[in-house]
Design a protein around this ligand. Sequence first.
Ligand SMILES: NC(=O)c1ccc[n+]([C@@H]2O[C@H](COP(=O)([O-])OP(=O)(O)OC[C@H]3O[C@@H](n4cnc5c(N)ncnc54)[C@H](OP(=O)(O)O)[C@@H]3O)[C@@H](O)[C@H]2O)c1
Length: 324
Amino acid sequence: MINKSSRIFLAGHRGMVGSAIYDLLKKRNYKNIITAERKSLDLRNQSKVEKFLKYKKPDAVIIAAAKVGGIYANNIYKANFIYDNLQIQNNLINGSFINGIRDLVFLGSSCIYPKNCKQPIKEKYLLSNYLEKTNDAYAIAKIAGIKLCESYNDQFKTNYKCLLPCNAYGPNDNYDEKDSHFLPALIRKIVFAMRKNENFITVWGNGKPKRELIYSYDIADAVIYFLNKNTKETMINIGTDDEKTIYDYAKYVMKFLKVNLKIKFINKNLNGTMRKKLDTSLASKYGWTAKTSIKKGLSITLSDFLQQTVLNKNNKIFNYKIDN
Ligand SMILES: NC(=O)c1ccc[n+]([C@@H]2O[C@H](COP(=O)([O-])OP(=O)(O)OC[C@H]3O[C@@H](n4cnc5c(N)ncnc54)[C@H](OP(=O)(O)O)[C@@H]3O)[C@@H](O)[C@H]2O)c1
């Protein structure tokens, strides 16, 4: 349990989810938020992380740092995804334990569940079947992080929680051509097609997989909520009722931007998991539900994207805030 004066180390504060957590902690008047830039603290470096925790003495740790990406990056850079994530989480979870830190939240993701999983997915379905091949390296790292937290809780009575959100979106997302998740990728493609006066976009897969989306500030709200809550379970799903097909999300974003582009599906067999709807009854039982509608979340996200970005001549994104 924490209070407004607790020293909270937020790892990954510059990321999409991490920046929402940082903002919400500040807004809620948490006074001692500790952060570190990657250039001064590479979280894959065990001795640096242990020294940092020993020196900074946080009361609680939030792990929003991870190597994260969409289907393309997960599939091509499997070695980076498994190695970086195992290192980051091992260093932070064990580093917290050896420094006497009893409260920690580790962020996992719905992709840890089997490809063909009973729906909606309950926490107990973990490891009940095979994983989706395109992100198995990432998922195995995340599952190892969950088991690490569970094992410390069982053996040493720590209060390490693993929150497992569905697909997230929000300000500060990654819009890279190859590294991004499906929603930022759709936003980028639609906006770029509009700017180039094209009448179509290309989308990976057949458009039929269903995805559940949560706004990043709702994940942040869940992190703060569960950091302040005693729960019997280590794993808690964090989701919403916003579930649509990729095709429907593409049409939804277009409607928002008042444009109607054709969708050409490419690599039609590369769909990832067809459905991963989380069962959120455990989080609800503890009194937490997501609050932001997709309409509100998407409108904030789109205006953030439009304000921050322009195209350079290679169609790469310039970030106004960083580059200018
Ligand atoms: N995005 C989603 O759809 C989604 C859905 C469910 C769960 N989650 C979970 O939420 C967490 C955060 O995801 P996100 O989407 O916010 O990712 P993100 O935007 O890519 O942010 C990741 C953060 O981790 C930091 N980081 C990565 N490697 C590092 C290293 N070696 N040393 C220091 N810092 C490092 C990054 O630092 P830099 O700023 O220096 O790059 C960045 O701040 C992840 O655990 C992810 O599994 C995300």
